[in-house]
Design a protein around this ligand. Structure first.
Ligand code: GEK
Length: 245
């Protein structure tokens, strides 16, 4: 099932001043269209989160979708999980996103219950988790606070529990940084965005979405205690990692 939404035209007209990106009602309205046309492989990642849940979540399992937006990852987990008695907690601090997520939940009526929680993911206590998903959310947390969040997740996963961490990344190699950033721009144009839309959106995210290198992410995962980790998806400057406690 794909979520439907209005077409994203938020940056189509020239803006006098491009303000910092916020997850407000206007964004929530067009979010599925925006993320599908902006993140190469987003649909694939969501489907694979369902398959990973099918394999890793046993009876009575608790799962977390941190920064859930409209709940696409939570719904993928709910659809994938076959074990009985499981529960998914989906957290976001944007009331506009959660209001729409509630509508999506009602439409989907998943067999595994999903609790929607309006909170900052830095304040949420993770408990006995089988699976935690951070699908393009960590990039919005100030870099200095990322270790603490990841440590909380690691320490509260059950042994054998998994974290799916998807991020936009930066490259230390200048040539690759330019190439993949250009390829991403090209991808967005191919998806129907104009040069103006791409550049205004880029400007609005500059101080809000702070990408790190893949080495930086991998070092943090190891530092907070994850014994095993692998990149299972990459397209240009978008990656998804699987870390196992
Ligand atoms: C998906 N995971 O469709 N606390 C709670 N929520 C936050 C915080 C925070 N501190 N910071 C940002 N968010 C989703 C897509 S979008 C990714 C995730 C993107 C929320 C924010 O409100 C938004 O809904 C989400 O994280 C990021 O699989 O837009 O690039």
């Amino acid at each position: 099932m794909t979520m439907q939404s209005d077409r994203d035209r938020l940056y189509a007209e020239p803006l006098e001043r491009v303000s910092d990106f916020v997850f407000d009602a206007k964004v929530a309205e067009v979010f599925p269209d925006m993320i599908n046309r902006s993140v190469p492989g987003y649909g694939t990642i969501i489907r694979m989160i369902g398959l990973l849940a099918a394999r890793h979540v046993g009876p009575g399992g608790r799962c977390y979708d941190l920064g859930c937006s409209l709940g696409a990852s939570a719904l993928a987990m709910a659809r994938g999980i076959e074990a009985p008695g499981c529960r998914i907690l989906a957290v976001d601090n944007s009331p506009a996103m959660l209001a729409r997520a509630r509508g999506e939940l009602i439409k989907a009526g998943p067999a595994t219950p999903i609790d929607l929680i309006c909170a900052d993911i830095r304040d949420v206590r993770i408990r006995r988790a089988s699976m935690v998903v951070l699908n393009f959310t960590l990039q919005f947390i100030p870099p200095g606070e990322r270790d603490e969040l990841l440590r909380e997740i690691h320490d509260n996963l059950l042994p054998g529990g998994i974290l799916v961490l998807s991020e936009k990344i930066a490259f230390a190699d200048e040539g690759f940084q330019t190439l993949f950033s250009d390829m991403h721009h090209q991808f967005k144009k191919d998806q129907g965005y104009s040069d103006l839309e791409v550049s205004q959106k880029r400007q609005s995210l500059e101080r809000v979405l702070l990408p790190e290198t893949l080495d930086g992410h991998r070092a943090r995962l190891a530092r907070v205690g994850f014994r095993r980790q692998a990149v299972w998806f990459q397209c240009f400057n978008f990656v998804s990692l699987l870390a196992v406690r």
